[in-house]
Design a protein around this ligand. Structure first.
Ligand SMILES: [Fe+2]
Ligand SMILES: [Fe+2]
Length: 150
């Protein structure tokens, strides 16, 4: 896949789209580092990608809680599952495993998962947020006026 943000990945909510642009840039840098084959660069790029993933997922989860997004539990579960996979990959990298053993994961599986997640999970969230923004303020679902179980 292309590591860059494309029109088909837009979810229609600017804050999320901007974060996805930065996320895919970090993915592209990690893939590039992997191709270069230098261990320190790979390590640095993966650490940066990991930080950005954690930050971005938290950002989306905060938005989902604040706006009482109905699919928030399922969406967060998808983030958590992905992070488990990503952290395993980071462990393998830290342990000095052969580059070939995780090049498929970093070069293909991770970028493909992110793209898939954006289209399947983030796009409906983007539509929900955009529709919510079009409603008059008092009628928008909000965590402030509607208690819900966490
Ligand atoms: Fe997401
Ligand atoms: Fe996202």
């Amino acid at each position: 896949m292309s590591d860059h943000f494309t029109k088909e990945l837009e979810v229609g909510f600017e804050k999320v789209d901007l974060e996805h642009r930065a996320l895919l840039k970090a993915v592209g840098e990690a893939v590039e580092a992997l191709r270069g084959g230098r261990r320190e660069e790979i390590h640095e790029a993966m650490a940066k990608l990991g930080d950005y993933l954690v930050w971005h997922f938290s950002s989306e989860e905060r938005i989902m809680e604040e706006t009482v997004y109905p699919e928030r539990a399922r969406h967060k579960a998808a983030h958590d599952l992905f992070m488990q996979d990503f952290l395993q990959l980071c462990e393998a990298e830290k342990a000095g495993e052969d580059l070939g053993s995780f090049s498929e994961a970093l070069g293909q599986r991770i970028p493909e998962w992110i793209k898939f997640h954006i289209q399947v999970n983030d796009a409906p969230l983007g539509r929900y947020l955009a529709a919510r923004d079009r409603k008059p303020e008092g009628s928008r679902p909000s965590a402030k006026d509607k208690p819900y179980p966490s």
